[in-house]
Write a protein that binds this ligand. Structure first.
Ligand code: TEU
Length: 564
């Protein structure tokens, strides 16, 4: 069977509010995105994921939707959206939108009608429940802190349910009429010519309808709302319906944001017959999570991180899933800060990280600015945080006994705002992102880390990304780099991140010395063709390779079954 069209592609996430501002209001917009399509084409990306641009009060930056069929005026008009679809297509790029249907905004007309009459038609689109013993119906804690239950104004002892912020009431997928509305809306967008969706928080659409309290995991007696997920296996009926009535008839490409499924369910969600074309692999983004709150987390350690990547790759391969790989997105700190110790940040470490991430088995998803080496913002005060979850985590850290300085340090490390500072286009005012005042401050490293300077420098991170992407997409290497099997290599080495991509006729060894110290590596075979190297040379002697700090190389070996 021929491989799906998207296996040989490279995807790129655009966070519109922070990408490019065309009208000087300090916020990015659709005409801004359109003006950068040639930049993206030149970079080599084929598939664009646009974070939400629908009408929204922006409590959660557009992930709280008040009208699924209109563009928020901050981002432009429907004509701007149609032009973007057209112009992307013209350049051979597919465009996917964000499908946020676990919840909507509390300003959505459905919810406003439901609040007026919780027992009426629109009341059934949401979850309303009576409180218990003068409090909420259970002890579930929402993803952004506080109870999952919010009292209904003007009603005694009646609550509505929200997995995320209280301004994001959950939609009731048990109700057929709601599901029909969602399907109609999905078809409406696909008919407009978009190529598919990134599907937000989709694992959360099925609830544990017993609504029973769970064992507390926090000193305040609450338990994470996500503890119910293992009890919600019947989600397949909803997702199967969505697939059959909308996605398959349109040949849509979908990438699911699916946290917390057990590995045995990978094929069901992302296999050849799965609900989605592919699934994001987040395993390695979670390796720092040693507690339930940010202040309990630990910095990433190399060994567990590498193991998490290897394990996820092997499990996806076994399950017939072609995963979507990333090092960062709009919910994560910058990969260059998360996976690289601050003192090691630089061209070699950033390009080593890029190499080992983009050549994994699966479709790479870059996040805007990653290709420039953008890193975390140096937050100096809690007032600088905009993100609601960061502000909540700051409060939790204080409540957990951390000093204000410690709480700030923790939040600066993990804040989602790190990824949301404006894209750095030039060394000019506001990094060329806007002619006005940017809605979030620009990272002070913009005079050197910016697209214009890097385009002019053949040794920049951006120049390296272009080479790497071209290699990943080289049709001659597709049997190896797109379709080849994955196998870990040099697992016993303490600071080497290496793996092989193996096809019947050839294989590639992706080899990174992921450390600030050089390393000598036993290497019995001829080195083969060096396809990529983030240093000018590769030092070798008979039987060994000498790798420089954060040196990354890609070696091609021809002939069946090549191994070291
Ligand atoms: O994220 C869903 C989600 O589960 C994340 O908040 C996750 O818990 C976190 O990233 C772990 O690090 C999606 C969107 O990506 C996010 O921006 C929204 O805030 C959220 O849904 C609610 O819509």
């Amino acid at each position: 069977m021929a491989a799906p069209w998207w296996h040989g592609k490279v995807a790129y996430q655009i966070y519109p509010k922070s990408f490019c501002d065309s009208n000087g209001d300090g916020m990015g917009d659709l005409p801004g995105v359109r003006s950068k399509l040639d930049y993206l084409k030149e970079l080599g990306v084929d598939l664009l994921w646009l974070s939400p641009v629908y009408v929204s009060p922006m409590v959660d930056q557009g992930y709280d939707i008040a009208d699924y069929r209109q563009i928020d005026p901050r981002f432009g008009t429907m004509e701007d959206m149609e032009a973007l679809i057209r112009e992307s297509k013209k350049r051979g790029m597919a465009l996917i939108m964000d499908l946020v249907v676990n919840h909507c905004s509390d300003q959505h007309p459905w919810f406003q009608a439901a609040l007026r009459d919780p027992e009426g038609r629109y009341g059934r689109y949401f979850y309303f429940k009576e409180g218990v013993a003068g409090g909420p119906p259970n002890n579930w804690r929402s993803a952004f802190g506080g109870s999952c239950w919010e009292p209904v104004p003007g009603r005694n002892n009646l609550y509505y349910f929200h997995t995320f912020a209280k301004e994001q009431p959950d939609l009731n997928w048990e109700h057929p009429e709601l599901r029909r509305e969602i399907c109609d809306m999905v078809n409406w967008w696909l008919d407009k010519g978009i190529s598919g969706f990134r599907v937000d928080a989709i694992i959360n659409i099925k609830k544990d309808l017993s609504w029973r309290s769970g064992p507390p995991d926090s000193p305040d007696g609450t338990c994470s709302v996500f503890q119910m997920l293992p009890k919600t296996r019947e989600i397949g009926a909803f997702l199967g319906e969505l697939k059959e009535t909308c996605l398959t008839p349109h040949g849509a490409f979908t990438v699911g944001e699916v946290f917390d499924i057990t590995r045995d369910r990978l094929p069901e969600f992302g296999g050849a017959e799965g609900y989605f074309s592919t699934l994001f692999d987040f395993e390695h983004c979670l390796v720092n999570q040693t507690g339930v709150h940010w202040y309990q987390h630990q910095p990433v350690r190399f060994g567990p991180w590498r193991e998490a990547v290897f394990r996820a790759q092997e499990e996806a391969q076994r399950g017939g899933v072609y995963p979507a790989n990333l090092i960062e997105n709009h919910d994560q700190p910058r990969g260059a800060s998360y996976f690289i110790p601050a003192e090691d940040y630089g061209f070699h470490s950033v390009t080593a990280l890029a190499t080992l991430s983009l050549l994994l088995r699966g479709i790479p998803f870059l996040y805007q600015g990653q290709e420039l080496g953008m890193c975390n913002y140096p937050f100096a005060s809690p007032e600088e945080f905009d993100d609601l979850s960061t502000r909540e985590q700051y409060a939790r850290a204080l409540a957990g006994g951390r000093t204000p300085e410690q709480a700030l340090a923790v939040c600066a490390q993990y804040s989602r705002d790190n990824a949301r500072t404006p894209m750095q286009w030039t060394g000019g005012a506001a990094a060329g992102f806007t002619t006005g005042t940017p809605w979030l401050p620009v990272n002070p490293n913009y005079p050197t880390v910016n697209a214009e300077a890097e385009q002019a420098d053949p040794n920049s991170v951006l120049a390296y990304y272009k080479k790497l992407i071209a290699l990943r997409k080289d049709p001659a290497l597709a049997p190896v780099l797109a379709e080849g099997a994955f196998a870990p290599a040099y697992r016993e080495e303490k600071s080497v991140f290496a793996y092989r991509r193996i096809a019947p006729e050839a294989s590639c060894l992706v080899l990174c010395n992921y450390a600030a110290a050089p390393c000598e590596l036993a290497f019995a075979q001829p080195v083969g063709r060096v396809l990529l190297n983030n240093y000018p040379e590769l030092a070798q002697e008979p039987g060994s390779l000498h790798l420089k700090p954060y040196q990354a190389v890609v070696l091609e070996q021809r002939g069946p079954g090549v191994r070291t």
